[in-house]
Design a protein around this ligand. Sequence first.
Ligand code: NDP
Ligand SMILES: O=C1OC[C@@H](O)[C@H](O)[C@H]1O
Length: 436
Amino acid sequence: MVFDILYRIYYGFLNPPTAKKHEDVIRFGLLSASNIAPIALIAPAKCHPETIVAAVAARDKSRAEAYAKKHGIPIVHSNYEDLLNDPSIDAIYISLPNAHHYEWAIKALRAKKHVLLEKPPCSNATEAHSLFAYAKNNKDTILLEAFHTHFHPAWQTFMSLVHDSSNAGKIRSASAAQYLPKYGFGATDIRWRFDLAGGCMMDFGTYPMSILRNVLREEPQAENLSAKARTVEFASIMKREEVDEAMEVKFKTKSGAIGNIFADLRTSCQWKFPPQVLRGYIPSFGLPKCEVECLEREVESPESRGEVAGSIDSGRCFVKRKVTFWNYLMPSIYHRIDVEDEYVVRGDAGILKSWKDVQHLNAYTWPKGDIRGTGIEKAWWTSYSYQLEEFVNRIKRRKGSGVWVDGEESMKQMEAIDLVYNKAGMSVRPSTGFQV
Ligand SMILES: NC(=O)C1=CN([C@@H]2O[C@H](COP(=O)(O)OP(=O)(O)OC[C@H]3O[C@@H](n4cnc5c(N)ncnc54)[C@H](OP(=O)(O)O)[C@@H]3O)[C@@H](O)[C@H]2O)C=CC1
Ligand SMILES: O=C1OC[C@@H](O)[C@H](O)[C@H]1O
């Protein structure tokens, strides 16, 4: 297992092989020399036959030059506008601070470029509605909020286990939690800047929120949602009372399902043994985990189907499913999907028999022969690679796997984030004032 993990990290993130490029390759330009671009686009584009990262622009040209040299990017522009005006570029990857997403996505679309836009798409829902309405009217260009996790086969497998299986009853509850260790992001990081639309819920918290909204297939309602933030402790941060480093959200959907979200960008040790005074200083980590519990549903007994030895002459069989997805965030490194089916056979006299089936599954690629696969994907492909593949498919007007994050989804997601800030007693991130 350790070897497999290292193998997938090496090829997926560190040193993917360079693919032989097609003639009609899509030429990407990077809007900013960000930290995330190497794993979210540069590596996936390198091993994809239909993409290259052809240009980069940064606020400071010398920084862009150094970045271009490091990552083998041939063209360097002096500023963001010049990149958008470069006719040799087809698509723009925007990994700016959140507060700049709206303005530069509109400008890139206006320049007739396809746009791969980092999450969250905007500072707030008002901007998101405006952006996706604008994009809808620009039929020749593709805009995608880069919610990479949804594109990985593991996520799709997980979703089918909770929705499409005959053993999956209506969802009773779902939770998603993720933790990054304290000290990962310094005091000057964009995540702690209210003016740049930072905060945990805008950043790390977007994942569990998106995951639960998609799992529950219902939107959280204001009247049934509570949110509690832990604000940043750096004394130097402006508007620190508005900047969350962790967020806990609890809600109930209209149909009665329970949702629990927890995201922590600065996790410290919770173990019992270090003295309490020290715990706050010790960084800690937890594997992202999504757990879904379904209500019991009646099924044909596996015994009557001949799948389990023994015979049940009378009685009705019920099953209660629980599915746990470990590491939905970076599934290509490692993930595991645990499926627990608790069966019970009830007769007139009560329980006749009960047992539990447990499976541990994974899905690093599409199953063999599955029409969602193209045959070029590899077990080390990251969620970013699967995302890029679908972005390319849309640009080329191909059907692809069918996985997509549409504008409606991105707007609903932004509405949910705004709602959380409202309920946590914090301000929704302000609009920049940029006019379409
Ligand atoms: N999909 C994913 O897995 C991840 C997504 N993200 C998202 O990507 C975006 C960027 O995150 P990350 O790469 O960590 O951030 P970085 O700070 O590394 O990059 C942000 C870039 O924005 C540019 N920039 C423009 N204006 C400003 C400003 N006023 N202050 C600071 N930087 C500015 C800088 O560009 P320049 O080079 O021009 O100086 C900088 O390189 C965020 O929206 C974040 O949510 C982040 C991490 C993971
Ligand atoms: O994947 C991620 O991990 C770290 C976060 O801060 C980042 O924005 C997110 O996308």
